[in-house]
Design a binder for this molecule. Sequence first.
Ligand SMILES: NC(=O)c1ccc[n+]([C@@H]2O[C@H](COP(=O)([O-])OP(=O)(O)OC[C@H]3O[C@@H](n4cnc5c(N)ncnc54)[C@H](OP(=O)(O)O)[C@@H]3O)[C@@H](O)[C@H]2O)c1
Length: 299
Amino acid sequence: MIALIAAYASNRVIGAGGKIPWHIKGEQPRFKDLTTGNVVILGRHSFAEIGKPLPGRETIVISTSQTYTGENCRTCRSLPEALALCREKDVYISGGAGLYEEAIGLVDKMYITEIDLVPEGDTYFPDFNKELFVRQVEKEVQGRIPYKYVTYVSIEKLIECLYSKDHNRAHQCLLTLERESARSDKVYHWFDRFSEMSKGQATYIRIRGLRLIAANARWDKDNKIDEIIDGCLKHIVDVKPIAARQFIAVLPEIARYKVELRSDIIRALQNADIGKYNQNMQPLVYKDILAALAQIERG
Ligand SMILES: NC(=O)c1ccc[n+]([C@@H]2O[C@H](COP(=O)([O-])OP(=O)(O)OC[C@H]3O[C@@H](n4cnc5c(N)ncnc54)[C@H](OP(=O)(O)O)[C@@H]3O)[C@@H](O)[C@H]2O)c1
């Protein structure tokens, strides 16, 4: 996993005169907890501020200079070179500004401490596109200087994770995307990917695509679902009953937000030929269909 970890103020200041312009007692443990046992990547100035490698962590310092060598740590000439050394490891890119800028498009996650302060400074966290990330507030702390621990999870990386053979991990990514779809239209921008997934060979990919299509029905101002609904409705009797059952379960969500498709959905459920499934499966699918029809009826 590639992560970025930073603390920035309300004006995005991260540094002033080579130092961090605040000291908040109790704010640092998150950095230690996350990075210990993993790799920390720092720019030359940020490393100079710390002065030595952090205990319990592999430290890589980035400098373009051919002659620079950080004390007791590895040195790389660029971020890609450093990342290439850490393929199977969890990496935390820890500043400063130039490394953050380069890393934002590469990371799975950003662990940010949002500091409720407007300090003077000379080094800033980049103004990144928040639409590309799911924002999760982990903890809010009141006090002399209030702060929040926030995690930004890359939507692109969450979608890549849907293809993972690690089903638990892929399921967690799916749930995160579904939760975000319930509260914002950020995930809807990837709708065409979900449409492709729904046609996939692999059952689990198909299921994940169909579920995300349904989760985004409420945002479908471009009527993309209308264009693919006939293909989707075939999955009521998907070749794999597990896919059929999961799709039937989310159909009421499509019917709720896509009123113009409601009668097509009801008809497809009523006409579904479940005779293709074995004797054990038929009553289960039949029950799912009745439950979906009842839910659509309730609205
Ligand atoms: N609030 C926070 O979370 C946080 C975290 C870290 C740092 N800081 C603050 O930020 C300030 C330091 O940050 P900074 O941006 O000035 O410096 P920095 O990134 O730590 O160091 C800059 C130097 O690192 C090398 N470097 C950085 N990015 C590179 C890249 N993409 N490719 C190749 N080399 C790269 C270059 O070294 P060469 O010149 O040798 O080529 C560059 O001159 C300090 O005030 C520090 O306290 C705050």
